[in-house]
Structures are given as structure tokens and as C-alpha cells.
Design a protein around this ligand. Structure first.
Ligand code: 3PY
Ligand code: MG
Length: 258
């Protein structure tokens, strides 16, 4: 289990690799259980997962209680929810479909305090969960200690990659290989592990590292995790809760098959 006083930002900036679970079932107990089973972080997914802000709020508490790093993914363009998630205590927000500098600036505008952005004040729950009692201390540390990660998963995002990475307040990028494969194949296939997608992933990681920013990605297979690590990714999602359950159930039932 991770030391609670270290944030996800501290660990990733120190060059550590963090494998995160991915929560699509709106169950705080299950998100907490993922940390107790070994995941160091859990992404609570409001884009494609079944979470709403209430289940995200409750799951954040469970993940922190178990010593993990809570992360949220917002729906497309719903940047106000990024602010809400930060106020509720996530340590990082992932924004899907960041396709332009304007998208990235808008995202950073909702996640960073002035002068970088225009995040509105109200982190009461985040302060409780972080153990920080002084509002001034939270204000001084929040921009550095919480991460804004923009998803690169379209052709437009790839084309604007270097400019997106230059946006102040955007701490890093996170690859969505499913959408990226659909975009790269002009809608012909979903192929997150395919060569073209992986090549784009390599390019994205190199650009992020060159810009001094965090590189994260979503992986569907253990081979993809190995490849991502070899490319230099340090924030790696591997383990959607439903898949974790099905994999465990198959292994258990298979071991007693009659
Ligand atoms: C993608 O693969 O497109 C994702 O967004 C991963 O969740
Ligand atoms: Mg996607």
C-alpha cells in the first residue's frame, strides 16, 4: 500500500511508475477494494463508466481510506466537473478528447487557481482528505499537488500535440488507444494494441517527456503494459473493475471445474 502523505503528483514527478485500476461500477466499496487488492490508484470514470458525482464523492473517501490515490475522468467538455472532482479530493483529473490548445487551456482554467487558471475556491472535502487544515497551505500547494491530464485520442489531438503539451497548467497527457485506433483507421476498426496505435503512443510519450510532462496511457493487455513501460510511460491504467472481476471469477471457477 502507498504512503498516504505522498500524492500521485509527487510519485509521478519523482519518476515512479504507478499502475492504476479503473472503476466503472459506481461502488465506493469496490473502488476501495481495488486498492486493498494492490492497485495504487483508481480512476473513477464519469465518461464511459456508470459513476455520477455522488458515487465519485463516496469512492474518493474509500480509496483514500485504503491508502490509494483517487483519480477522476470527466465526461467530454465537462470541465466544471473537473473542479468539482478536485474539490471532492481527487489527486488527478483526466479529461477526454483534448483536441486543441483551446481545449487544454479551458481544462487548465477549471483545474488551476489564478494566475494559471480560474478555479473557484471551495476545496473543503479535499482539505479534509489531505489532512491540510490551513486554506492558505492548500491554495499554495494545490496546483502542484493535483494533476490535469488531457487525453490524446484523436487525429486533431495528435496534430496539435506539441502545442497542447506547451499549455501551462496541463500537467501531462493520457492516451486513449481505443479512440485513437478508431481515429487512425478512419473509423474502420477498434485496435488499441495494433502497430499504428502503438506507434502513435510511442510518439506521444516521447513528446510528453521532451516537454517535461507526465505521460499516461490506458492498456488492455499485459503485453501493452510491458510495451508502455518500455516506451517510458509512468502512469499506466490496467484493470477495469468488471474485467478484474471476470478474470478472477474465470480463474477461480476454472480451478474447480468438474
Ligand atoms: C480509449 O481507449 O479511448 C479510452 O478512452 C480508454 O478509456
Ligand atoms: Mg477514449
Amino acid at each position: 500500500m502507498v504512503e498516504p502523505e505522498k500524492t500521485l503528483a509527487d510519485r509521478l514527478r519523482a519518476g515512479e511508475t504507478v499502475i492504476t485500476g479503473w472503476s466503472i461500477l459506481p461502488s465506493p466499496a469496490l473502488a476501495e477494494a481495488m486498492v486493498r487488492c494492490g492497485y495504487e490508484a483508481v480512476v473513477l470514470d464519469m465518461q464511459h463508466g456508470q459513476h455520477d458525482l455522488g458515487s465519485v464523492r463516496d469512492a474518493i473517501g474509500g480509496v483514500v481510506l485504503a491508502g490509494g490515490h483517487p483519480v477522476g475522468r470527466i465526461p467530454v467538455d465537462d470541465f466544471a466537473t473537473a473542479s468539482r472532482m478536485l474539490d471532492l479530493g481527487v489527486q488527478a483529473v483526466i479529461a477526454p478528447m483534448i483536441n486543441s490548445v483551446a481545449d487544454a487551456e479551458r481544462f487548465a482554467g477549471f483545474t488551476k487557481y489564478p494566475p494559471t487558471g480560474g478555479r473557484s475556491w471551495g476545496p473543503m472535502r479535499a482539505m479534509e482528505l489531505s489532512g491540510m487544515e490551513e486554506p492558505q497551505a492548500y491554495l499554495m500547494s494545490a496546483d502542484a499537488e493535483t494533476l490535469s491530464l488531457g487525453m490524446i485520442e484523436t487525429r486533431a489531438g495528435l496534430d496539435a500535440l506539441d502545442d497542447i503539451l506547451a499549455v501551462k497548467g496541463l500537467d501531462g497527457v493520457f492516451v486513449g488507444p481505443g479512440d485513437l485506433s478508431i481515429a487512425l483507421s478512419q473509423g474502420a476498426k477498434i485496435d488499441p494494441s495494433g502497430a499504428e496505435t502503438q506507434d502513435a503512443g510511442r510518439r506521444i510519450c516521447e513528446a510528453a517527456k521532451k516537454a517535461g510532462k507526465i505521460a499516461g496511457t490506458f492498456c488492455n493487455t499485459a503485453e501493452d503494459v510491458k510495451a508502455a513501460r518500455a516506451m517510458g510511460y509512468t502512469f499506466i491504467a490496467y484493470g477495469v473493475d468488471t474485467v478484474v472481476l471476470k478474470t478472477g471469477a474465470s480463474a477461480m471457477l476454472g480451478s474447480v471445474a468438474v
